[in-house]
Design a protein around this ligand. Structure first.
Ligand code: PAF
Length: 290
């Protein structure tokens, strides 16, 4: 496995592979890898083929964290990530520094000032709770696409809105990359794998399964009902269920159209549910189709 730390080095390598006709599968991450990431790597390998190349990037992108968010304390363990990527058969681990990624900061002429903004899907759900978050995501993902030149880029379905926004960005800006969404991996009690689970204390960890329990309850209700259900009433039931856990506080619970991300008045088969819940100080998200 090769490790690349410069943008020019990554682009040189990607151009060479392209000239040789090799497909590039890409998994962008912020590191602190877990089995969920490794399933994305597997998917990238399937997409690129045995003769293709798989690139994983690790970059904790400051642009997508709000001023009150956890950028500096976001978990990092590069040695472990390197080992996991090597074992997973990754060809290149791309680890740009902040100076490589945002070189305009600190040079005459001022800081980074060009952003990519998806202006519709970004407004709701995570976008409403975390202003400027998706602007940071689309900006860094666009940069990474220009650096890695992937044919396929794999994103986790746990971040449903992120995958939808990246897909829209790639379509709208004609990035020649196929966006692939890979299923969420879960712990035995249903908690979606996430690097942020590490923040949960011993008392909080079992309570975090409440997100999955709420999803299950909603699915059961929708599937058992002979007719569509009032989304607001179902939402209230889920909020009550979630808040029965002492450490849990709901940020949002939302039923929406999976294609437009617009809210729906009625929950039925095909409706999507997303939720964001603080368990203690840790903000967790999850989603599922009904
Ligand atoms: O999902 C993530 O880990 C990040 O949002 C991403 C896509 C790597 C961009 O920083």
């Amino acid at each position: 496995m090769r490790q690349v730390t410069t943008v020019s080095g990554m682009q040189r390598l990607a151009r060479r592979w392209k000239a040789e006709g090799q497909g590039i599968g890409f998994v962008p991450t912020m590191g602190y890898l877990h089995a969920g990431h490794l399933s994305l790597v597997k998917k990238a390998r399937q997409c690129a083929g045995d003769d293709g190349k798989v690139v994983v990037s690790i970059y904790v992108n400051p642009l997508q964290f709000g001023p009150q968010e956890d950028w500096s304390r976001y978990p990092r363990d590069l040695a472990r990530d390197q080992k996991l990527c090597l074992e997973a058969g990754v060809d290149v681990l791309f680890i740009p520094t902040d100076e490589e990624m945002y070189p305009a900061a600190g040079v005459p002429g001022g800081a980074h000032s060009t952003y990519v903004i998806e202006d519709t899907l970004s407004r709701r759900l995570e976008g409403a709770s975390r202003p400027a978050h998706f602007r940071g995501v689309t900006t860094v993902v666009a940069k990474l696409f220009n650096q890695v030149l992937p044919d396929y880029a794999v994103f986790g379905a746990k971040d449903y809105q992120q995958a939808a926004i990246v897909q829209r960005m790639a379509r709208d800006l004609n990035f020649p990359v196929k966006i692939v969404a890979a299923p969420t991996l879960r712990e035995a009690d249903g908690l979606a794998l996430s690097s942020r689970n590490k923040y949960l204390s011993e008392e909080e960890r079992p309570q975090a399964a409440i997100l999955w329990q709420a999803i299950q309850q909603a699915k059961k209700a929708v599937q058992a009902a002979p007719e569509p259900l009032a989304a607001d009433a179902l939402k209230q039931q889920l909020v009550q269920l979630i808040q029965s856990q002492p450490a849990a506080r709901v940020d949002y619970v939302d039923f929406f159209n999976p294609a437009t991300l617009e809210p729906v008045a009625q929950a039925q088969h095909g409706t999507h549910l997303a939720l964001a819940v603080y368990v203690g100080k840790t903000r967790l998200i999850d989603n599922a189709g009904m």
